[in-house]
Write a protein that binds this ligand. Structure first.
Ligand code: 4AD
Ligand code: MG
Length: 431
Protein backbone atom coordinates (compact mmCIF):
# COMPACT_ATOMS: atom_id res chain seq x y z
CA UNK A 1 0.00 0.00 0.00
CA UNK A 2 1.24 3.47 -0.88
CA UNK A 3 2.08 5.68 2.13
CA UNK A 4 -0.62 8.19 3.10
CA UNK A 5 0.57 11.75 3.31
CA UNK A 6 -0.60 15.35 3.02
CA UNK A 7 -0.03 17.97 0.35
CA UNK A 8 2.04 20.03 2.82
CA UNK A 9 4.47 17.12 3.15
CA UNK A 10 4.55 16.18 -0.52
CA UNK A 11 8.10 17.41 -1.24
CA UNK A 12 9.46 14.53 0.84
CA UNK A 13 8.02 12.03 -1.61
CA UNK A 14 9.32 13.19 -4.99
CA UNK A 15 9.31 10.21 -7.36
CA UNK A 16 7.40 7.97 -4.95
CA UNK A 17 3.82 6.76 -5.03
CA UNK A 18 1.58 8.13 -2.25
CA UNK A 19 -2.09 8.41 -1.32
CA UNK A 20 -3.69 11.80 -0.66
CA UNK A 21 -7.13 12.12 0.96
CA UNK A 22 -9.07 15.26 0.18
CA UNK A 23 -11.68 16.97 -1.94
CA UNK A 24 -12.01 17.93 -5.56
CA UNK A 25 -11.44 21.70 -5.74
CA UNK A 26 -11.98 21.99 -9.49
CA UNK A 27 -11.08 20.21 -12.69
CA UNK A 28 -10.62 20.56 -16.42
CA UNK A 29 -10.34 17.89 -19.04
CA UNK A 30 -8.72 17.64 -22.40
CA UNK A 31 -8.83 14.50 -24.57
CA UNK A 32 -7.48 11.57 -22.60
CA UNK A 33 -6.57 13.68 -19.58
CA UNK A 34 -8.42 15.07 -16.56
CA UNK A 35 -6.62 17.66 -14.46
CA UNK A 36 -8.05 17.55 -10.95
CA UNK A 37 -7.14 20.20 -8.43
CA UNK A 38 -7.17 18.37 -5.14
CA UNK A 39 -7.22 20.06 -1.76
CA UNK A 40 -6.72 18.34 1.58
CA UNK A 41 -6.75 21.26 4.02
CA UNK A 42 -2.96 21.53 4.01
CA UNK A 43 -2.61 22.67 0.42
CA UNK A 44 -3.56 22.24 -3.22
CA UNK A 45 -2.10 19.89 -5.83
CA UNK A 46 -2.96 18.95 -9.38
CA UNK A 47 -3.65 15.25 -9.98
CA UNK A 48 -3.39 14.14 -13.60
CA UNK A 49 -5.77 11.35 -14.61
CA UNK A 50 -4.72 9.51 -17.78
CA UNK A 51 -7.58 7.62 -19.47
CA UNK A 52 -5.56 4.50 -20.29
CA UNK A 53 -4.96 3.83 -16.56
CA UNK A 54 -8.70 3.48 -15.80
CA UNK A 55 -11.74 1.71 -17.17
CA UNK A 56 -13.78 3.64 -19.72
CA UNK A 57 -16.85 3.95 -17.40
CA UNK A 58 -14.82 5.06 -14.39
CA UNK A 59 -12.95 7.65 -16.48
CA UNK A 60 -16.32 9.04 -17.63
CA UNK A 61 -17.57 9.09 -14.04
CA UNK A 62 -14.49 11.07 -13.01
CA UNK A 63 -15.09 13.50 -15.86
CA UNK A 64 -18.54 14.22 -14.39
CA UNK A 65 -17.42 14.22 -10.75
CA UNK A 66 -18.87 17.32 -9.04
CA UNK A 67 -16.74 19.89 -7.29
CA UNK A 68 -16.10 19.14 -3.57
CA UNK A 69 -16.64 15.41 -3.95
CA UNK A 70 -14.43 13.69 -1.40
CA UNK A 71 -11.74 11.54 -3.02
CA UNK A 72 -8.56 9.63 -2.27
CA UNK A 73 -5.97 9.73 -5.00
CA UNK A 74 -2.96 7.43 -5.25
CA UNK A 75 -0.23 8.34 -7.66
CA UNK A 76 3.38 9.18 -8.32
CA UNK A 77 4.68 12.53 -7.08
CA UNK A 78 6.48 14.60 -9.72
CA UNK A 79 8.25 17.89 -9.21
CA UNK A 80 6.99 20.47 -11.71
CA UNK A 81 8.05 24.10 -11.40
CA UNK A 82 4.92 25.34 -13.19
CA UNK A 83 2.53 23.51 -10.86
CA UNK A 84 0.79 25.14 -7.88
CA UNK A 85 2.93 24.14 -4.90
CA UNK A 86 5.70 22.83 -7.20
CA UNK A 87 4.45 19.21 -7.49
CA UNK A 88 1.97 17.16 -9.45
CA UNK A 89 0.46 13.72 -8.90
CA UNK A 90 0.27 11.16 -11.75
CA UNK A 91 -2.82 9.30 -10.59
CA UNK A 92 -2.93 5.50 -10.75
CA UNK A 93 -5.95 5.00 -8.49
CA UNK A 94 -8.92 7.18 -7.48
CA UNK A 95 -11.34 6.27 -4.73
CA UNK A 96 -14.54 8.33 -4.64
CA UNK A 97 -15.55 8.56 -0.96
CA UNK A 98 -18.66 10.64 -1.58
CA UNK A 99 -20.00 12.10 -4.79
CA UNK A 100 -21.03 15.64 -3.82
CA UNK A 101 -24.27 17.29 -4.84
CA UNK A 102 -23.97 20.35 -7.03
CA UNK A 103 -21.76 22.71 -5.02
CA UNK A 104 -23.13 26.24 -4.56
CA UNK A 105 -19.77 28.03 -4.72
CA UNK A 106 -18.36 27.77 -8.21
CA UNK A 107 -14.94 29.14 -9.18
CA UNK A 108 -16.62 32.24 -10.72
CA UNK A 109 -17.08 35.52 -8.77
CA UNK A 110 -19.76 35.67 -6.07
CA UNK A 111 -21.02 38.59 -3.96
CA UNK A 112 -19.91 38.88 -0.35
CA UNK A 113 -23.40 38.35 1.12
CA UNK A 114 -23.84 35.13 -0.80
CA UNK A 115 -20.40 33.93 0.28
CA UNK A 116 -21.11 34.83 3.90
CA UNK A 117 -24.37 32.84 3.77
CA UNK A 118 -22.20 29.95 2.58
CA UNK A 119 -19.45 30.63 5.11
CA UNK A 120 -19.48 26.99 6.34
CA UNK A 121 -18.50 25.97 2.81
CA UNK A 122 -16.60 29.10 1.79
CA UNK A 123 -14.01 28.24 4.48
CA UNK A 124 -12.71 25.68 1.98
CA UNK A 125 -11.67 28.31 -0.58
CA UNK A 126 -8.17 29.69 -0.85
CA UNK A 127 -8.80 33.27 0.33
CA UNK A 128 -10.57 32.39 3.62
CA UNK A 129 -7.97 29.68 4.05
CA UNK A 130 -5.09 32.13 3.78
CA UNK A 131 -6.70 34.68 6.12
CA UNK A 132 -7.57 32.11 8.78
CA UNK A 133 -4.06 30.68 8.68
CA UNK A 134 -2.72 34.17 9.36
CA UNK A 135 -5.24 34.47 12.21
CA UNK A 136 -3.93 31.23 13.66
CA UNK A 137 -0.39 32.61 13.55
CA UNK A 138 -1.37 35.97 15.08
CA UNK A 139 -2.95 34.18 18.04
CA UNK A 140 -0.07 31.72 18.37
CA UNK A 141 2.44 34.60 18.30
CA UNK A 142 0.58 36.58 20.99
CA UNK A 143 0.44 33.60 23.29
CA UNK A 144 4.06 32.75 22.67
CA UNK A 145 5.09 36.35 23.36
CA UNK A 146 3.38 36.47 26.75
CA UNK A 147 4.34 32.93 27.71
CA UNK A 148 8.00 33.69 26.99
CA UNK A 149 7.79 36.76 29.23
CA UNK A 150 6.50 34.66 32.13
CA UNK A 151 2.82 35.67 31.97
CA UNK A 152 0.16 33.31 33.27
CA UNK A 153 -2.83 32.54 31.07
CA UNK A 154 -5.89 33.26 33.22
CA UNK A 155 -9.26 32.74 31.54
CA UNK A 156 -11.88 35.42 32.19
CA UNK A 157 -15.57 34.54 32.55
CA UNK A 158 -18.05 35.17 29.73
CA UNK A 159 -21.08 35.82 31.98
CA UNK A 160 -20.50 38.92 34.07
CA UNK A 161 -22.52 41.03 36.50
CA UNK A 162 -20.88 44.33 35.52
CA UNK A 163 -20.22 46.53 32.49
CA UNK A 164 -16.56 47.15 31.68
CA UNK A 165 -16.85 49.24 28.54
CA UNK A 166 -19.97 51.33 29.06
CA UNK A 167 -23.60 50.31 29.24
CA UNK A 168 -24.68 51.10 25.69
CA UNK A 169 -23.22 47.97 24.07
CA UNK A 170 -24.22 45.36 26.67
CA UNK A 171 -25.78 42.06 25.69
CA UNK A 172 -28.10 41.09 28.49
CA UNK A 173 -29.14 37.49 29.16
CA UNK A 174 -31.47 35.83 31.64
CA UNK A 175 -29.48 34.21 34.38
CA UNK A 176 -31.94 32.10 36.38
CA UNK A 177 -33.80 34.64 38.52
CA UNK A 178 -31.23 37.28 37.77
CA UNK A 179 -29.64 38.84 34.72
CA UNK A 180 -26.11 38.65 33.42
CA UNK A 181 -24.18 40.34 30.64
CA UNK A 182 -21.93 38.80 28.06
CA UNK A 183 -18.46 40.12 28.76
CA UNK A 184 -17.22 43.19 26.86
CA UNK A 185 -13.67 42.69 28.11
CA UNK A 186 -11.83 40.43 30.55
CA UNK A 187 -9.85 43.37 31.91
CA UNK A 188 -11.39 43.71 35.38
CA UNK A 189 -10.73 40.03 36.04
CA UNK A 190 -7.19 40.38 34.72
CA UNK A 191 -6.63 43.15 37.27
CA UNK A 192 -7.57 40.66 40.00
CA UNK A 193 -5.19 38.18 38.32
CA UNK A 194 -2.32 40.68 38.17
CA UNK A 195 -2.58 41.21 41.93
CA UNK A 196 -2.48 37.44 42.41
CA UNK A 197 0.14 36.41 39.84
CA UNK A 198 1.95 39.60 38.79
CA UNK A 199 1.61 39.20 35.01
CA UNK A 200 -1.43 37.56 33.41
CA UNK A 201 -3.32 37.53 30.12
CA UNK A 202 -6.59 36.22 28.81
CA UNK A 203 -7.63 35.38 25.29
CA UNK A 204 -11.24 34.89 24.44
CA UNK A 205 -14.39 36.10 22.76
CA UNK A 206 -15.89 39.39 23.89
CA UNK A 207 -19.30 40.79 23.01
CA UNK A 208 -20.63 44.20 22.18
CA UNK A 209 -24.06 45.11 20.92
CA UNK A 210 -22.56 47.45 18.33
CA UNK A 211 -25.29 49.11 16.38
CA UNK A 212 -22.81 50.55 13.94
CA UNK A 213 -22.46 48.74 10.64
CA UNK A 214 -18.84 49.53 9.94
CA UNK A 215 -16.02 47.47 8.53
CA UNK A 216 -14.31 47.50 11.94
CA UNK A 217 -17.11 46.26 14.19
CA UNK A 218 -18.29 42.79 15.08
CA UNK A 219 -20.71 41.94 17.89
CA UNK A 220 -18.53 38.99 18.87
CA UNK A 221 -14.79 39.48 18.54
CA UNK A 222 -11.66 38.08 20.15
CA UNK A 223 -9.29 39.99 22.36
CA UNK A 224 -5.99 39.20 24.02
CA UNK A 225 -5.65 41.19 27.23
CA UNK A 226 -2.46 41.32 29.32
CA UNK A 227 -2.40 43.00 32.72
CA UNK A 228 0.69 43.72 34.80
CA UNK A 229 1.14 44.77 38.45
CA UNK A 230 3.69 47.53 39.15
CA UNK A 231 3.49 48.76 35.58
CA UNK A 232 3.02 52.30 34.27
CA UNK A 233 1.81 53.65 30.95
CA UNK A 234 5.26 53.75 29.34
CA UNK A 235 6.02 50.16 30.28
CA UNK A 236 2.57 49.17 29.02
CA UNK A 237 3.39 50.74 25.65
CA UNK A 238 6.73 48.92 25.51
CA UNK A 239 4.85 45.67 26.06
CA UNK A 240 2.33 46.44 23.30
CA UNK A 241 5.04 47.46 20.83
CA UNK A 242 7.02 44.27 21.52
CA UNK A 243 3.93 42.15 20.99
CA UNK A 244 3.12 43.71 17.61
CA UNK A 245 6.73 43.27 16.45
CA UNK A 246 6.65 39.63 17.51
CA UNK A 247 3.38 39.03 15.65
CA UNK A 248 4.79 40.63 12.50
CA UNK A 249 8.03 38.69 12.71
CA UNK A 250 6.20 35.38 13.05
CA UNK A 251 3.66 36.04 10.30
CA UNK A 252 6.32 37.32 7.90
CA UNK A 253 8.37 34.23 8.59
CA UNK A 254 5.61 31.62 8.50
CA UNK A 255 2.83 33.01 6.29
CA UNK A 256 4.55 34.38 3.20
CA UNK A 257 2.53 32.13 0.89
CA UNK A 258 -0.72 33.30 2.43
CA UNK A 259 0.24 36.98 2.25
CA UNK A 260 1.22 36.53 -1.39
CA UNK A 261 -2.07 34.81 -2.21
CA UNK A 262 -3.85 37.76 -0.61
CA UNK A 263 -1.71 40.09 -2.75
CA UNK A 264 -0.59 41.89 0.41
CA UNK A 265 2.12 44.50 -0.13
CA UNK A 266 4.56 42.81 2.24
CA UNK A 267 7.03 45.72 2.15
CA UNK A 268 4.53 47.80 4.17
CA UNK A 269 4.81 45.23 6.98
CA UNK A 270 8.55 44.72 6.63
CA UNK A 271 9.42 48.39 7.20
CA UNK A 272 7.78 48.40 10.63
CA UNK A 273 10.50 48.93 13.23
CA UNK A 274 10.87 49.89 16.85
CA UNK A 275 10.24 52.50 18.25
CA UNK A 276 6.65 53.20 17.23
CA UNK A 277 5.87 56.92 17.36
CA UNK A 278 4.20 57.98 20.60
CA UNK A 279 2.09 61.11 20.39
CA UNK A 280 -0.46 62.68 22.69
CA UNK A 281 -4.10 63.32 21.95
CA UNK A 282 -3.29 67.03 21.76
CA UNK A 283 -0.61 66.40 19.13
CA UNK A 284 -3.02 64.21 17.19
CA UNK A 285 -5.58 67.00 17.24
CA UNK A 286 -2.96 69.34 15.77
CA UNK A 287 -2.37 66.87 12.93
CA UNK A 288 -6.11 66.94 12.24
CA UNK A 289 -6.21 70.73 12.35
CA UNK A 290 -3.32 71.00 9.88
CA UNK A 291 -5.10 68.64 7.51
CA UNK A 292 -8.10 70.97 7.50
CA UNK A 293 -10.28 68.49 9.39
CA UNK A 294 -13.16 70.04 11.37
CA UNK A 295 -12.51 68.11 14.54
CA UNK A 296 -14.00 69.36 17.83
CA UNK A 297 -11.40 69.29 20.61
CA UNK A 298 -12.48 66.99 23.43
CA UNK A 299 -14.27 64.42 21.26
CA UNK A 300 -13.10 60.90 20.66
CA UNK A 301 -11.57 60.22 17.25
CA UNK A 302 -13.77 58.64 14.63
CA UNK A 303 -12.49 56.19 12.02
CA UNK A 304 -11.80 58.93 9.39
CA UNK A 305 -9.86 60.95 12.00
CA UNK A 306 -7.74 57.93 12.88
CA UNK A 307 -6.94 57.47 9.21
CA UNK A 308 -5.73 61.06 8.84
CA UNK A 309 -3.62 60.83 12.03
CA UNK A 310 -1.95 57.55 11.14
CA UNK A 311 -1.37 58.39 7.46
CA UNK A 312 1.73 60.41 8.39
CA UNK A 313 3.48 57.28 9.68
CA UNK A 314 4.59 53.94 8.29
CA UNK A 315 4.57 52.21 11.71
CA UNK A 316 1.65 51.77 14.06
CA UNK A 317 1.44 54.80 16.35
CA UNK A 318 0.49 55.09 19.98
CA UNK A 319 -1.77 57.95 20.94
CA UNK A 320 -1.84 58.71 24.66
CA UNK A 321 -3.66 60.98 27.10
CA UNK A 322 -7.16 61.35 25.66
CA UNK A 323 -9.63 63.49 27.57
CA UNK A 324 -10.74 61.37 30.53
CA UNK A 325 -14.35 62.18 29.64
CA UNK A 326 -14.28 60.04 26.46
CA UNK A 327 -12.64 57.04 28.16
CA UNK A 328 -13.83 54.28 30.49
CA UNK A 329 -14.28 54.70 34.25
CA UNK A 330 -11.27 52.58 35.25
CA UNK A 331 -8.61 54.79 33.62
CA UNK A 332 -6.18 56.63 35.86
CA UNK A 333 -6.04 60.39 35.35
CA UNK A 334 -2.74 61.97 34.39
CA UNK A 335 -1.37 63.59 37.60
CA UNK A 336 0.23 66.33 35.45
CA UNK A 337 -3.07 67.10 33.70
CA UNK A 338 -6.07 65.62 35.54
CA UNK A 339 -8.44 66.24 32.61
CA UNK A 340 -6.52 63.57 30.70
CA UNK A 341 -6.43 59.80 31.11
CA UNK A 342 -3.22 57.75 31.22
CA UNK A 343 -4.50 55.71 28.30
CA UNK A 344 -3.15 54.54 24.97
CA UNK A 345 -4.73 53.61 21.68
CA UNK A 346 -2.55 51.99 19.06
CA UNK A 347 -3.51 52.91 15.51
CA UNK A 348 -2.42 50.60 12.71
CA UNK A 349 -0.95 52.11 9.55
CA UNK A 350 -2.65 52.32 6.13
CA UNK A 351 -5.89 53.56 7.64
CA UNK A 352 -6.70 50.41 9.59
CA UNK A 353 -7.40 52.39 12.74
CA UNK A 354 -7.39 51.34 16.37
CA UNK A 355 -6.15 47.83 17.06
CA UNK A 356 -5.24 48.24 20.76
CA UNK A 357 -6.85 50.09 23.64
CA UNK A 358 -5.36 50.16 27.11
CA UNK A 359 -3.53 52.13 29.75
CA UNK A 360 -2.80 52.58 33.41
CA UNK A 361 -5.67 51.83 35.81
CA UNK A 362 -7.03 53.97 38.63
CA UNK A 363 -5.41 52.47 41.72
CA UNK A 364 -6.84 54.74 44.43
CA UNK A 365 -9.96 53.46 46.21
CA UNK A 366 -11.73 56.79 46.72
CA UNK A 367 -11.06 58.06 43.24
CA UNK A 368 -12.22 54.81 41.67
CA UNK A 369 -15.41 54.78 43.73
CA UNK A 370 -16.08 58.35 42.62
CA UNK A 371 -15.53 57.39 38.97
CA UNK A 372 -17.89 54.44 39.12
CA UNK A 373 -20.55 56.78 40.52
CA UNK A 374 -19.92 59.59 38.04
CA UNK A 375 -20.23 57.12 35.14
CA UNK A 376 -23.67 56.25 36.47
CA UNK A 377 -22.69 52.65 37.19
CA UNK A 378 -24.14 50.67 40.12
CA UNK A 379 -21.68 50.06 42.97
CA UNK A 380 -22.76 46.60 44.01
CA UNK A 381 -21.50 44.59 41.01
CA UNK A 382 -18.15 46.37 41.42
CA UNK A 383 -17.65 45.61 45.11
CA UNK A 384 -15.23 42.80 44.31
CA UNK A 385 -13.34 45.11 41.95
CA UNK A 386 -13.09 47.77 44.65
CA UNK A 387 -11.60 45.10 46.94
CA UNK A 388 -8.55 45.14 44.66
CA UNK A 389 -8.01 48.76 45.82
CA UNK A 390 -8.79 47.94 49.46
CA UNK A 391 -6.20 45.20 49.74
CA UNK A 392 -2.72 45.97 48.44
CA UNK A 393 -3.47 48.32 45.56
CA UNK A 394 -0.48 49.05 43.27
CA UNK A 395 0.05 50.95 40.02
CA UNK A 396 -0.87 48.59 37.20
CA UNK A 397 -1.60 48.66 33.51
CA UNK A 398 -2.65 46.52 30.59
CA UNK A 399 -4.31 46.58 27.20
CA UNK A 400 -6.55 44.69 24.81
CA UNK A 401 -5.62 43.79 21.24
CA UNK A 402 -8.50 43.10 18.88
CA UNK A 403 -7.59 39.93 17.00
CA UNK A 404 -9.82 40.54 13.96
CA UNK A 405 -8.69 44.12 13.38
CA UNK A 406 -5.08 42.99 13.63
CA UNK A 407 -5.64 40.14 11.19
CA UNK A 408 -7.51 42.44 8.79
CA UNK A 409 -4.61 44.91 8.83
CA UNK A 410 -1.90 42.28 8.40
CA UNK A 411 -3.80 40.56 5.58
CA UNK A 412 -4.71 43.88 3.96
CA UNK A 413 -8.43 43.08 3.85
CA UNK A 414 -11.01 45.81 4.19
CA UNK A 415 -13.58 44.26 6.49
CA UNK A 416 -13.11 42.47 9.84
CA UNK A 417 -15.90 39.99 9.01
CA UNK A 418 -13.43 37.99 6.90
CA UNK A 419 -10.90 37.82 9.75
CA UNK A 420 -12.99 35.47 11.93
CA UNK A 421 -14.29 32.00 10.99
CA UNK A 422 -18.00 32.73 11.61
CA UNK A 423 -18.63 36.47 11.91
CA UNK A 424 -21.39 37.90 14.06
CA UNK A 425 -22.61 41.38 13.22
CA UNK A 426 -25.80 43.33 13.75
CA UNK A 427 -27.18 41.83 10.56
CA UNK A 428 -25.63 38.37 10.66
CA UNK A 429 -25.92 35.41 13.00
CA UNK A 430 -26.09 32.71 10.27
CA UNK A 431 -24.49 30.22 9.68
O1 4AD B 1 -10.51 49.81 23.25
P1 4AD B 1 -11.31 48.69 23.85
O2 4AD B 1 -12.76 48.92 24.04
O3 4AD B 1 -10.57 48.33 25.21
C1 4AD B 1 -11.00 47.45 26.14
O4 4AD B 1 -11.93 46.69 26.04
C2 4AD B 1 -10.09 47.37 27.33
N1 4AD B 1 -10.88 46.91 28.47
C3 4AD B 1 -8.95 46.42 27.01
C4 4AD B 1 -7.95 46.32 28.13
O5 4AD B 1 -7.35 47.32 28.47
N2 4AD B 1 -7.77 45.15 28.68
O6 4AD B 1 -11.14 47.39 22.94
C5 4AD B 1 -9.85 46.87 22.70
C6 4AD B 1 -9.69 46.49 21.25
C7 4AD B 1 -9.87 47.65 20.26
O7 4AD B 1 -8.69 48.38 20.13
C8 4AD B 1 -10.22 46.89 18.99
O8 4AD B 1 -9.05 46.37 18.38
C9 4AD B 1 -11.04 45.74 19.50
O9 4AD B 1 -10.72 45.56 20.86
N3 4AD B 1 -12.48 46.01 19.37
C10 4AD B 1 -13.27 45.47 18.42
N4 4AD B 1 -12.99 44.64 17.40
C11 4AD B 1 -14.01 44.24 16.61
N5 4AD B 1 -15.30 44.62 16.79
C12 4AD B 1 -15.63 45.47 17.82
N6 4AD B 1 -16.88 45.81 18.01
C13 4AD B 1 -14.58 45.91 18.68
N7 4AD B 1 -14.54 46.72 19.78
C14 4AD B 1 -13.25 46.75 20.17
MG1 MG C 1 -10.83 51.61 22.34
Amino acid sequence: MAPRTTIAEISRYDGQTVTLSGWLYNKTHKGKLIFMMLRDGTGFIQAVIFKDNFTETFFEELQRLPQESSIKVTGQVRADKRARGGYELQASEVDVVQMAQEYPISPKEHGIDFLMDQRHLWLRSSKPHAILKVRHQVIAACREYFNNLGFLLLDAPIFTPAACEGTTTLFETDYFDDKAYLTQSGQLYMEAGAMAFGKVYCLGPTFRAEKSKTRRHLTEFWMIEPEVAYCDLDQDMDLAEGMILHILEQVLQKNRDELELLERDISKLEIIKRPFPRITYDEAVQILAKSGNEFVYGNDFGAPDETVISEKYTSPIMVTRYPASVKAFYMKNDPDDPQKALCVDMLAPEGYGEIIGGGQREDDYDTLLQKIKSHGLPIEPFEWYLDLRRYGSVPHAGFGLGIERTVAWICGIKHVREAIPFPRTMSRIYP
